[in-house]
Design a protein around this ligand. Structure first.
Ligand SMILES: [Zn+2]
Length: 399
């Protein structure tokens, strides 16, 4: 009998504890309130947290599941940055996740909805180059949209969304892959599709003629590197290119693309995005000789007047969180907190280290087909570590 009473009282006390705890859980002062709100309130909560000045940590708390489906509320206009341009970089936009480099159409739409709600203003490549070269004013919160590699999926999925929203954009073409179904890799756009898009606000610029590859730079082929970065290994001649040969090769390739794109579209200026964001001082010299004044890397940052080799923020990829992206943009894309190093190699290559390593073993097929497996144009050479020391000693062109 007493034993039964004892168990009963323990059960009652336990129940009371649970009830009190659940009340505290619901009405407590912590951020757990998010658990009990409707989707609309979730967005408001996000908006509130996004408005805090130091919100990097808040961004982490943004629900990552299905925010694409949440409604977006317009907020009062605010200038987040002035006399600067954020350039966003995309690869493929697809309705389903194809690989780590693509961003879902639903997420892309949410990015656009959020940019609209927060008063970001799209500019054209012409406005961008005038701003960078001459300081011609751009609107506050200016954004330039760029899409790399000329995938056919752009015509199918991203372009209709951009057109519907009257958003100008630039696509960087690997010129020799256009209307060239025999070219290996993911299907690319045709000149017909390009002509159609060009009438509706899409500009097309240089992403090389056919130099969007990573090739061996030593006899054993143990070290590979993007071809625009420095001399490559010539198997037939059993030696490396000289600097002059490297220059001549790059010059020929870039001018071939320039000529073809100009012929097809009548562009009156030259703009180049470096494949894998990879370049060297020699590459920049060649660009100068060809009259290519504006180039783009894949290093994140914001662009001011005079920033000829532009920073770009990766807004694509399967890891993209539209709300976190907007938060980053509202903060004016602060410099990433990375270790400073004096290596010339680090100055010439962009993109976070390690992504490539993670992606490569998992998706070898996709890697071979896809020019931007990580969406971040990472660097192969870094994976070689200390065994490849020439650049650290002599600079990128020493090989
Ligand atoms: Zn590319």
């Amino acid at each position: 009998m007493w034993k039964k009473m004892k168990w009963l009282s323990i059960a009652i006390v336990g129940l009371v504890v649970i009830l009190v705890a659940s009340q505290f859980w619901t009405h407590g002062t912590s951020g757990r309130k998010l658990n009990n709100v409707t989707p609309v309130s979730v967005v408001n909560q996000i908006n509130v947290s996004l408005n805090k000045p130091k919100a990097d940590s808040d961004a982490v708390n943004i629900p990552t599941t299905d925010t694409a489906l949440l409604p977006v509320k317009t907020v009062p206009y605010k200038s987040y940055y002035r006399n600067k341009v954020i350039v966003l970089m995309y690869h493929e936009v697809t309705p389903e996740q194809i690989d780590s480099g693509t961003v879902l159409s639903s997420k892309f739409k949410r990015q656009l909805a959020l940019m609209k709600a927060y008063g970001f203003k799209y500019i054209t490549m012409k406005q961008y180059t005038d701003f960078i070269l001459k300081g011609t004013p751009v609107p506050d919160n200016a954004v330039l949209m760029t899409f790399d590699d000329g995938y056919e999926s752009f015509y199918q999925y991203a372009y209709p969304i951009l057109k519907e929203n009257n958003i100008p954009a630039t696509m960087f073409l690997i010129a020799n892959t256009v209307s060239n179904p025999k070219h290996p890799g993911i299907p690319k756009v045709s000149w017909e599709q390009i002509a159609d898009m060009h009438k509706n606000g899409i500009d097309f610029y240089n992403h090389t003629f056919d130099s969007h590859v990573i090739v061996p730079v030593n006899a054993s082929h143990s070290v590979k590197r993007p071809t625009l970065q420095g001399p490559i290994y010539l198997d037939q001649l059993k030696r490396k290119e000289t600097i002059d040969e490297f220059k001549a090769r790059v010059k020929k390739d870039l001018s071939q693309a320039q000529t073809l794109i100009k012929e097809k579209l009548g562009n009156d200026m030259d703009v180049l995005a470096f494949p894998y964001g990879s370049f060297s001082k020699t590459t920049l010299d060649v660009c100068k000789e060809l009259g290519i004044q504006i180039t783009f890397t894949v290093k994140p940052g914001i662009n001011k007047k005079g920033q000829l080799n532009g920073f770009r923020v990766n807004a694509g990829g399967d890891k993209n969180n539209p709300d976190a992206l907007i938060q980053l943009m509202k903060n004016g894309v602060p410099e990433p907190k990375v270790k400073k190093t004096r290596s010339p190699f680090d100055l010439m290559n962009e993109g976070p280290v390690g992504t490539f390593l993670k992606i490569l073993p998992k998706q070898p097929d996709r890697y071979q087909k896809h020019e931007h497996p990580s969406g971040k144009d990472d660097i192969v050479i870094r994976l070689k570590g200390k065994s490849d020391s020439f650049e650290r000693k002599n600079g990128a062109d020493a090989a």
